[in-house]
Write a new protein. Structure first.
Length: 135
């Protein structure tokens, strides 16, 4: 995921963003949220099974926390602490997201192929436009 860095540099977004997803794409998305949309607080939640196979990527800035999601209590706490949730649509159907912005991005590790036909984009201008629809 490589978004141009030509977005609102003068506006600092203070909302906390939680991305629950696959490691590699979540890193790219987190960097885009910081660079293209100027979000300062972005955190990533990775399911415990996938977490076991990865190592901390040095390209994540120190203010981007990486969480190993081992149970629903932790995921619920992370959701409650966040203003914007980017995750599989199953999260929207399972947790109370009232008062939060939800951006659906299918995560095969969570819902399998159930939402694989969903129309979304993460790359280039189309990816930026997809995120902009929600924020």
């Amino acid at each position: 995921i490589d978004f141009p860095t030509t977005r609102q540099k003068n506006i600092s977004r203070k909302e906390k963003v939680l991305i629950v997803g696959e490691y590699a794409s979540s890193i790219g998305l987190a960097q885009s949220l910081k660079n293209d949309f100027n979000f300062k607080a972005v955190e990533i939640g990775i399911l415990k099974d996938e977490f076991q196979t990865i190592s901390r990527d040095s390209s994540i800035s120190p203010d981007c926390k990486l969480h190993k999601i081992e149970d629903l209590n932790l995921l619920n706490r992370l959701i409650e602490e966040s203003h914007i949730i980017i995750a599989d649509p199953l999260i929207d159907k399972t947790f109370d997201l009232e008062g939060r912005i939800f951006i659906p991005i299918p995560y095969r590790g969570l819902s399998g192929r159930y939402f694989s036909s969903m129309d979304y984009e993460l790359v280039g201008e189309a990816g930026i436009d997809y995120i902009k629809k929600y924020i």
